[in-house]
Design a protein around this ligand. Structure first.
Ligand SMILES: [Cu+2]
Length: 659
């Protein structure tokens, strides 16, 4: 009898969970509290950037405390600070299919120099509407989002080369290139559907992204990936599943073959081919959205062309390494010599040796071709297999001391093993159903080590119940001794997938405290209260407003009419750390603004009824914050109430409406 792999997995997971619950307390070491306690007023040792999953955002925690420090808005609108609601940030979420206010954020990559985290930028993927974001780690702000053409399900993304030459993004869902329509059946899939590996070039100084080239691969699902480093620098490795090329019921149809592949791409070779003019220009359309630090405003650029490389023609560009049973994780050890594949349905972990892989190519040790791409013999590239490690291996991270840590979804555990002799050294349960795991710096040449964090899918019975929907969780384990030791649980926002962590020293001293008002080049800035005004341009009313403790200028506005487009351009005049001001007006169908010191931000409001509309500062800023309020009078359309504004006794300015 053939059982669905999913059913098997579910059955195993249930068994494991129910028998683990009793042993939870004994799993926590006696000194765990002391090792995770960060006293009030003290700083954490590490920043932990955790994917926000279906929240679309990125969360920042401190380690070892697990304290939530910030939610960074990236791919979803964020009413808490107006991201995606303010006129300045709306363009960040523009795509070739319009304004997209949500995404599913899975993986994160800290920028690297010489294979080590350098603390400059954090890259994040959007899985659903394929995009990659760059977050600046001085201001903790999303600075850039680039859309990916010819992609469907940007899952194998973003993964970095060791000097941040490229951010690489592979498609999980193959789609017909050029967004062409196609019948949905297996024959059409084989013929029309392609997976693509996008190489996004990163400017060394500015971090600016551009899609340098795409490699068009056969229809299959690129799942996860890692760059080579050290000896394997210049190569990039993707795991795949669905090399069966099924378009329906993948649960069964994509689990037919004993082995899928690790796709090895020689990106140095790809660069040579691009230089030699071997890339083909393909017409397409994708958005590139950039936030400008000088005028605090994002703009969208539409790009209409992409360079593509075809590995069927360019023979030494791509090779395939067979890898057992629907591999998920594809991880490269700190030395750059070993590549670990994790077959979701495999009962072993294959470890490939880069040297043997290179020799296999030289020796032409191929077992055949797959869609015109050479397939290397499994044994020819194999370093060895970790036998009986656990059930459902997903991801592997490294401690830089020769040990690997693999997460097992089905058996709900982390297993420590030795890269050299492939022996299992230790295992600890996770509560429950771990997906990704992360050792700080565990994907670099020099892991920081010390901890491994499990990011779990299921938390039933771990926290106070909150109805049908429960928090996801992270669990912190010490890896300092021979045995892993559970130290702490903490809930996370969204569903955590991958995460990155970096010593606080690499980031904290560069943190921006406020923006220099003298350098604010926003077209609607009011750099002081004297510069405040209200202007009418047809049916647009522009309010140049300032905020400083504890008043808004102007705080009385008259002469606005029903149907006017009112733009409140709020400049926060404060030049001090941690003094944002907020802005909201009654009945505006949008979120508040949260304006940082020295910044200008714009709320658009179209009143639909006459009346008096109070507005106020939404961020508790001073003892008289509650007094930081004002009124806008809205008159019927065509009314002859003149446009005027003031704050306190100094009547404006009694201004004339410029019509
Ligand atoms: Cu305020």
């Amino acid at each position: 009898m053939k059982l669905s792999p999913l059913l098997l997995a579910a059955a195993a997971a249930l068994t494991v969970q129910s028998c683990k619950m009793k042993s939870t307390e004994s799993a926590v070491g006696g000194d765990a509290a002391a090792r995770t306690y960060v006293a009030p007023g003290k700083y954490d040792e590490l920043y932990n950037f955790v994917s926000g999953g279906f929240s679309g955002q990125v969360a920042v925690y401190g380690l070892p405390s697990g304290r939530l420090l910030k939610v960074l808005p990236v791919f979803s609108v964020n009413p808490e600070n107006g991201y995606g609601y303010s006129e300045e940030t709306k363009p960040m979420l523009n795509t070739s299919h319009g304004f997209v206010p949500w995404d599913d954020q899975h993986h994160l990559a800290l920028s690297q120099t010489n294979g080590e985290h350098d603390g400059r930028w954090l890259f994040a993927n959007a899985n659903n509407s394929p995009r990659v974001a760059r977050i600046d780690l001085k201001a903790f702000k999303t600075m850039e989002i680039i859309e990916l053409p010819n992609s469907g399900g940007n899952h194998s993304s973003p993964f970095l080369t060791e000097n941040t030459e490229y951010v690489i993004a592979g498609t999980r869902f193959s789609v017909p290139v050029g967004n062409a329509e196609s019948p949905l059946d297996n024959a059409s899939y084989k013929k029309n559907f392609k997976s693509t590996a996008s190489f996004i070039g990163i400017d060394k100084n500015s971090g600016h992204m551009n899609v340098a080239f795409q490699i068009i691969l056969p229809g299959m699902d690129l799942d996860l990936s890692r760059a080579g480093k050290g000896p394997s620098h210049g190569w990039f490795f993707f795991s795949t599943y669905n090399t069966e090329q099924a378009s329906t019921l993948l649960e069964v149809n994509a689990s037919q073959k004993d082995k899928d592949f690790i796709v090895a791409v020689n990106w140095k070779k790809a660069e040579e081919y691009v230089k030699a003019g071997k890339a083909k220009k393909m017409a397409t359309e994708y958005y590139h959205n950039t936030f400008n630090e000088e005028n605090h405003t994002a703009t969208s650029e539409i790009i209409k062309e992409v360079l593509t490389l075809d590995p069927e023609e360019l023979k030494d560009l791509v090779y395939l390494i067979p890898c057992p049973k629907s591999p998920h994780g594809c991880d490269v050890d700190p030395s750059g010599e070993y590549i670990v594949g994790s077959g979701k349905l495999a009962a072993l972990i294959p470890v490939f040796a880069f040297q043997k892989f290179v020799k296999a190519i030289e020796d032409k040790a191929f077992e055949g071709e797959y869609n015109g791409i050479p397939v290397i013999k499994y044994e020819a590239a194999l370093h060895g297999e970790v036998q009986k490690p656990g059930l459902g291996p997903l991801h592997t991270e490294f401690d830089g001391k020769g040990n690997a840590y693999t997460s097992f979804f089905v058996s709900s555990e982390i297993v420590k093993w030795s890269i050299k002799d492939l022996k299992v050294l230790d295992r600890v349960p996770t509560y429950y159903s771990i997906g990704h795991l992360m050792v700080p710096g565990g994907d670099t040449k020099k892991p920081y080590g010390k901890y491994v964090v499990a990011y779990n899918k299921i938390t039933k019975d771990r926290y106070l119940p909150t109805g049908p929907e429960l928090a996801q969780s992270a669990q912190l384990y010490s890896i300092e001794g021979d045995k892993m030791q559970l130290l702490l649980d903490f809930p996370t926002i969204g569903e955590p997938h991958y995460a990155q962590a970096i010593p606080a020293e690499k980031i904290k001293d560069q943190s921006v405290k406020f923006f220099d008002i003298a350098k604010n080049k926003h077209p609607y800035v009011a750099a002081g209260e004297k510069a405040t005004k209200v202007e009418r341009k047809g049916n647009q009313v522009h309010v140049y407003m300032t905020a400083i403790r504890s008043h808004l200028t102007p705080d009385n506005i008259e002469g606005v009419q029903v149907g006017d487009e009112v733009y409140f351009h709020i400049t926060n005049l404060e030049q001090d750390w941690d003094i944002p001001h907020g802005f909201a007006i009654k009945h505006a169908a949008t979120a508040e603004l949260l304006v940082m010191p020295g910044e200008t931000s714009t709320l658009k409001f179209i009143p639909t009824q006459p009346g008096v509309y109070p507005f106020y500062c939404t961020d508790f800023c001073s003892a008289l914050h509650q007094e930081m309020q004002g009124y806008m009078r809205v008159s019927p359309k065509g009314s002859n109430v003149p446009l005027k504004w003031h704050t306190g006794g100094t009547d404006s300015t009694a201004a004339v409406a410029a019509k």
